[in-house]
Design a protein around this ligand. Structure first.
Ligand code: SF4
Length: 109
């Protein structure tokens, strides 16, 4: 049976596989390459490692010119994990953005 850790973000439960790390002598999360193989929440939010290079849509919090997702206001890190969720609408899975069929429409500006 596969072991997983569960995190919740905006009412969505995300399961991350864990494995026994002989070197650390404890369970560790299975950090895959989230850039090459993107993983989304059921609502279409990107799941990323905190150390991923910032994308062009980054909004650096305390670190102007921030270099990773962890320094971006759109990033919500799971406590006790190196993983988090990007809440930037521009990075949401295609077809899941606001205004897409079956989703909420974008507010006029
Ligand atoms: S958290 Fe989202 S918007 Fe911010 S740098 Fe990462 S991918 Fe880009």
């Amino acid at each position: 049976m596969e072991q997983v850790k569960r995190y919740a973000f905006e009412g969505e439960v995300i399961e991350v596989p864990v494995y026994w790390d002989d070197r650390l002598q404890r369970y560790a999360e299975d950090y895959r390459d989230y850039i090459q193989q993107p993983v989304y929440t059921p609502g279409g939010r990107l799941i990323l490692l905190t150390i991923e290079d910032a994308c062009p849509y980054a909004d650096p919090a305390d670190c102007p010119g921030g270099i990773d997702c962890g320094a971006c206001r759109h990033y919500h890190q799971f406590p006790g994990s190196q993983l988090g969720v990007c809440s930037n609408e521009k990075r949401r899975r295609p077809g899941k953005q606001r205004g897409a069929a079956g989703t909420r429409k974008e507010e006029p500006t």
